[in-house]
Ligand binder design. Structure first.
Ligand SMILES: [Zn+2]
Length: 402
């Protein structure tokens, strides 16, 4: 029977040294006794989770950490979220992520004011979508309602069309900048150009009391098709996360997607529920991927204190309880982040991420002083691709089995 492995991801945890922290990173400044103990007794290293030439997206990085090469399998953000919803798609369908957003005006000099339509409430969003679907849906394109500002657009037989090759920018990447370059790209597609302009005129009518006044399709691709995790790695696996893209990756790989009540994706998420769900699953399963969104949110907000606190909570409430149970289940655990979200940059960056690995059967003593970006850079192993991490960990566990 395979032994138990947990991968614990603190989204965006890695960072740069900060002046306000006397040249330390948030991970170094945070009190993290559990990760430090794991580093002292185990292995630390780095892993290049973002392949060269690809953007530093959580979807790409987490796909790699689950063992799938993004250059081979990643088709777009839309298809991953479609997998999370369990949307029925044909291989020839093109799936876009569709945001409800706020623009100052839908013109070249207009600005993208908010990629979330003023954090639109779910019920309000669904009301808007009902009107948009009546007006805009055709045999060729259908709007698929999701949650709050995040929805999907299904383009039947869209694979191979000119739309499939368009470089559509995510709205959160162009906040407060003129829409001209993005609108030029939409203008190359009569289909999308007409859709976004008709949607804008519908949403700017007096009946719409929300701040959402535009739709924004992006992240398009054919349906996500991942080989089964169980067949590929010989493990029965599960994912635990508050965010759709992790659930979508898990579902596409045939893993269990464990729902944890109160998992919010924010700093106040239900830590205990996540750990309990992971440990319960491992009573009969082999592998759990636990994803915590908090540190990334603090990085985007540019808030150092928030990030330090999010890392401390990850260490205390996720890593700590897992470490306590590790020996009992003869398990192994790997702590990492998917990418860096430096507070000074406020977005994702592409550097290799630090990771730390402890197998309860391979305990060393005093191997490293603490877990940090610097310790990882000076560490034992440097993996040139994210999808090599899981096979590396499994090899190490087999070694320990002797
Ligand atoms: Zn991320």
């Amino acid at each position: 029977m395979p032994r138990k492995l947990l991968i614990l991801i603190a989204d965006g945890m890695g960072d740069y040294p900060a002046q306000e922290l006397d040249g330390r990173t948030p991970l170094q400044a945070a009190r993290t006794p559990n990760m430090d103990a794991a580093a002292a007794q185990g292995t630390v290293g780095t892993c290049r989770t973002i392949p060269s030439g690809m953007p530093a997206g959580s979807d790409i990085a987490n796909m790699a950490i689950m063992g799938y090469a993004p250059k081979r399998y990643h088709t777009g953000r839309g298809p991953i979220e479609a997998a999370a919803q369990g949307l029925d798609c044909a291989p020839s369908d093109l799936i876009y992520r569709l945001n409800l957003c706020t623009v100052s005006e839908l013109s070249p000099s207009g600005l993208m004011l908010d990629h979330s339509g003023g954090h639109i409430q779910n019920e309000e969003a669904l009301n808007l979508l009902q009107v948009l679907r009546t007006e805009l849906d055709t045999d060729q394109v259908q709007i698929i309602p999701g949650f709050q500002y995040r929805h999907l657009l299904k383009h039947t037989d869209g694979v191979g069309t000119l739309e499939a090759g368009l470089d559509l920018v995510p709205p959160h990447d162009i906040l407060n900048t003129p829409l001209a370059p993005a609108l030029e790209v939409y203008a190359r597609s009569p289909l999308l150009d007409s859709m976004i302009h008709r949607a804008h005129s519908i949403l700017t009518s007096a009946w719409n009391q929300t701040q959402a006044n535009a739709i924004w399709p992006w992240g398009q691709g054919p349906p996500l098709a991942l080989p089964s995790f169980a067949h590929t790695f010989g493990l029965r696996g599960a994912v635990i996360s508050a965010v759709d893209l992790i659930k979508g990756l898990g579902r596409a790989a045939g893993m269990d997607v464990l729902d944890v009540p109160g998992a919010t994706g924010l700093v106040d998420t239900n830590y205990q529920g996540k750990v309990q769900a992971a440990l319960n699953f491992l009573e009969h399963g082999d592998f759990v991927f636990v994803h915590l969104e908090g540190p990334d949110e603090c990085g985007h907000a540019g808030d150092l204190d928030c990030k330090i606190q999010a890392i401390e909570r990850f260490d205390e409430h996720i890593v700590g309880p897992v470490m306590l149970d590790l020996a009992r289940m003869e398990g192994a655990v790997c702590m990492a982040c998917d990418h860096l979200t430096p507070v000074g940059v406020r977005t994702h960056t592409t550097e290799p991420v630090p990771f730390c690995f402890l197998d309860s059967r391979q305990i060393q003593s005093g191997a490293h002083e603490g877990f940090s970006e610097a310790a990882a850079a000076a560490g034992d192993v440097h993996l040139e691709a994210g999808h090599l991490l899981l096979p590396y960990l499994l090899d190490r566990m087999q070694e320990a089995d002797g």
